[in-house]
Design a binder for this molecule. Sequence first.
Ligand code: K7E
Ligand code: CUA
Length: 745
Amino acid sequence: MEARGLTQKDILAAAKTYTPTGGRDEFIAFSSGGQSGQLIVYGIPSMRILKYVAVFTPEPWQGYGFDDESKAVLAQGRVNGKDITFGDTHHPAISETDGDYDGQYVFINDKANPRLAVVDLTDFETKQIVVSPIMKSEHGGAFVTPNTEYVIEAAQYPAPLTNEFVPLSEFNDKYRGAVTYWKFDREAGRLDPSKSFSVELPPYSQDLSDAGKGPSDGWSFTNSFCSERYIGGIESGRPPFEAGCSQKDTDFLHVINWKRAAELVAEGKAEKINGHDVLSIKTAVDEGILFLIPEPKSPHGVDVTPDGTKIVIAGKLDSHISVYSFEKIMKLIEAKDFAGTDPYGVPILELQKVLHTQLEAGLGPLHTQFDSTDCVAYTSLYVDSQIVKWDYCEGKVLDKVSIHYNVGHLMTMEGDSVHPKGKYLVSLNKLAIDRFNPVGPLHPQNHQLIDIAGDKMDLLYDMPVPLGEPHYAVAIAADKLQPHIRYDLGWNSRANEKSEFRTRPGREKIERRDGTVHVYGSLIRSHITPEIVEVEEGETVSFHLTNLERAEDETHGFALHYYNVNLSVEPGKTVSATFKADRPGVYPYYCTEFCSALHLEMQGYLLVQPKGYKSENAALQEGTTYAQEDYTKQVGANNDTQDVIDGVVAYITGRNYKDFPPVVALVEDATDQLNFAADAKKKSEDYASKEDWQNATLWAQQWFQYQVKAADIGLRAKTYLEQNGAVEISEQPPISPRPADEQKQ
Ligand code: K7E
Ligand code: CUA
């Protein structure tokens, strides 16, 4: 303690966050990866980063944007045909069932190029990207309705909803905001653009959104800033946007009845803009589904309370947090008690008549999350660099804690669901300044973990986030996530179907068809089949690779020199890479994941022959020749190895290993390897009987390689059983590979 200069408080904090080797986290957070266009997955309370999920941008480790399958997903995100190679991700949302996180999907938005993506949590892969047909920017997404009927996305900077040029002089008349309700087809796991629609909104800068729940289910809320509709132009002497956009004391909360809106669209009341259903402001007003409520001042967050009865608005440029009563809002709407209309005819409800309470919170209140205790909320104070804990029923401050520095969003565990879990809060700070070792002018962001289990908030830990600006994050109880450890053999994970290019073991082949050389290959410890591929200059080559492994964490990679091919092939997956072999030469390919002791030998050659090349001496030259004594020596070693394996098998099968699922999986894998060994052994013995010592020795070596893999897996299983209290059982289960084992017992 002294040597490291730690205090008693530090030690306590360490005890609350330290996760011993092999330990798991109680919650899993999905954080926006900011400009990286990715999602960051980390554990709480350990704050260990577990994964970056590639979403809007290519990412080599996952092969995302390198294999044909994921290229097709990224291509969905082209904007008017243009490749976009960044994303400005802000708000991840976990799919919900009855308002609770269900752990099935994560959605995330791209503010700059209005897009939404769907990530499937069975494999943490991006499956779909949709592009807004009408918006030119998008901030108020992704937010889900309580049964994930829709994913909400609201525009930010007003622009024409068509793709035409419209001069700024027509801003008030032709520029518009909007909110889109993307229909989610849960069965397909995809957003359905044909059943999605938007509501046109005035050209205020719509900001965040939230969906109603419980009594307010069926409604959604989107706030705004710059309802002044100010247009800057500092370069020509006009006061800038920031002056003109913060003039008024209030902006507008948009209150929308999305359930009724969906019915209106079904009744044919929408207009098509760029092929997309849009309910005009006029229709929305005439049909009574759109209302405005003033909100102080240039607000930022809008958050519906877990019970759905209240809506919390943070003022940003106002020191107040305002709590609106949904019941009061409904009463005014039913009584048509409006304070007037805005320039677009949208009815305005009077602020004082809908207020439940207002709280003097501090400077720069932004976002709110909820506690497991009723009426308790946490709001970030950007300017004060604090988190305030407060009571939204009574409107009183309970506690404050300083953070470092300038918090944007904050996140409690399942904190925007109907059942927040309390326990921890993460403050997503905009600035780190002096908190970490300096790494140049560009600093990491700082996520600070705060213990909220007691009355007083207690700051525990700083985690640097070196990947873009993560605006928002959501955290779910870890036990709600049950991702797969492997795919069904031959799976196209992006299309969620069997790949037409899958290959079964022993069926690898090279086929020339429609002007393309199709290589149907496989990957398994420790070889790539085929190992030699010969094509002619100018041919199109399509590698289709299937990982034949069934074992957990046996991913193989595939890198090919010069042709920019880099694949990640997880167990069971099939991926393809198509390219033109435009330059004659010798191109080694190899596995990029250190998958086994002979990983470096997991290799092959693509030979691109010059046009018209004729081979003269096709026989390969042996680098080394082997004789009978080499064969005998190898077989001796193999037999010794088999004794080791038999001992391990006896240990495992003599225990209640079937009670341990990870061991059952290991035994499956080891059995596979032993079957491969038996095949190689047979080949070796066949060649030996023909006195072909060259091939006999090489196949004996291959037999040995499979034995080594089986032994390695077996020892891992044995260690697991030893460490997890397996007990001896009396009778032998029938899986023993060789009858001889029984005699040795
Ligand atoms: Cu506050 Cu985009 Cu939600 Cu940044 S947003 S902080
Ligand atoms: Cu497969 Cu290395």
